[in-house]
Design a protein around this ligand. Structure first.
Ligand code: ACO
Length: 322
């Protein structure tokens, strides 16, 4: 059986690091409140003129380097983002051009904070169906461009960045001990669009700002994340005891802890980067995967469970043997 196996991973964070204290001059907030309620200590913000595809291309180059691959070895690029440079073309085709890849195909996936999980499931389907042999899956965002700097309930939560994962078709034994993506679980429910959205867009002729009812999102998150992770593990015929690492979407440390506890997985088996990155939406999971590898946490053969929820609502989970 064909499996989508991880060949490389890489990430890029913009140079500018913004500590919580910088927000104290802008809105009525404090470092103590932000750390206690979210776990966030700092985040990176893109420089003026620096775009989502700039960061995505840099993350892709680093993943290619780690894999020892050339752009010409790649068949497809999928970028998960809600903050593409332009309305069109896709950020993915811009990355394609930037890394000098002239063949294959590229497209964007938009499922907000769940975008990387949706993109991974798409890449897996392309590989398993034989449409593509090697796919770069990227999560990249510049959420700093859609923040309302007068709204203390949202502007302190988000950051910018990009992460990239290279998947390769490999013939394997087809057991859960073999490397590669083992299962995927995707969900959305458009009835909840009012609790997390941007109040602008192309057909409304504005860019808009992120609007969120934090408490409501929190309530859905703690319920749906454990559910989808269990569903994905179930499909693979695995249980929580088999998990080496949960790599969750990094929105809020309290959501991460509560999901891990619902799954019966100790925090010593969870990759946490939210303190350094804030919520980077679709970029948060590939950033955490890359940092997790750099730190020596995630090793070849480990069972990794990713899970995410975001605007839509859209949520899902991917289980893979690293
Ligand atoms: N600094 C100081 N006080 C604040 C701040 C701030 N930055 N933000 C809110 N407060 C105040 C509120 O105004 C409120 O004051 P009040 O009681 O006088 O009205 C008080 O703190 C408590 O506010 P709550 O909203 O009840 O605080 P909560 O503990 O729920 O934390 C938070 C808010 C952090 C937003 C939390 O609800 C959360 O993390 N929700 C989930 C958000 C999330 O994960 N979103 C991303 C999803 S992914 C995506 O698709 C983008």
């Amino acid at each position: 059986t064909l499996r989508a196996v991880v060949r490389g991973v890489g990430h890029y964070l913009p140079e500018r690091v913004v500590p919580n204290s910088e927000f104290e001059d802008m809105v009525d907030t404090s470092d103590e409140w932000i750390v206690a309620r979210t776990g966030i200590e700092r985040r990176h913000f893109a420089a003026e003129g620096q775009t989502t595809s700039d960061m995505a291309a840099e993350a892709a180059r680093r993943a290619l380097d780690m894999a020892g691959l050339e752009p010409s070895d790649i068949d497809a690029i999928i970028v998960a983002t809600s903050t593409a440079d332009l309305t069109f073309p896709s950020a993915a085709t811009m990355v394609q051009d930037r890394i000098g890849m002239t063949g294959g195909f590229a497209f964007d996936v938009q499922a907000v904070c769940a975008g990387f999980v949706f993109a991974l499931a798409n890449a897996n389907a392309l590989i398993v169906s034989g449409q593509a042999k090697r796919v770069i899956v990227i999560g990249a965002e510049t959420f700093s461009r859609i923040l309302d700097w007068e709204d203390r309930t949202t502007c302190v939560l988000f950051g910018d960045g990009a992460g990239a994962l290279i998947l390769e078709a490999q013939e394997g034994g087809g057991t859960t001990a073999d490397r590669g993506i083992l299962s995927t679980d995707l969900n959305s429910d458009g009835r909840h669009r009012d609790i997390l959205y941007v109040d602008g867009g192309v057909s409304t002729q504005s860019t808009g700002h992120l609007r969120m009812q934090g408490k409501e999102v929190f309530r859905h998150a703690v319920e749906k994340l454990a559910e989808t992770a269990h569903a994905a593990l179930d499909k693979a015929g695995l249980g929580a005891d088999d998990v080496d690492w949960i790599v969750p979407h990094q929105a809020n440390l309290r959501i991460i802890k509560s999901t891990a506890s619902k799954m019966g997985v100790g925090m010593d088996r969870v990759v946490v980067t939210v303190q350094d990155h804030g919520n980077t939406s679709a970029a948060s999971i590939p950033l955490a995967l890359s940092v997790g590898v750099e730190r020596g946490q995630i090793k070849e053969g480990d069972l990794v469970v990713t899970e995410a929820i975001g605007g839509g609502l859209a949520w899902g989970s991917v289980v893979l043997r690293w």
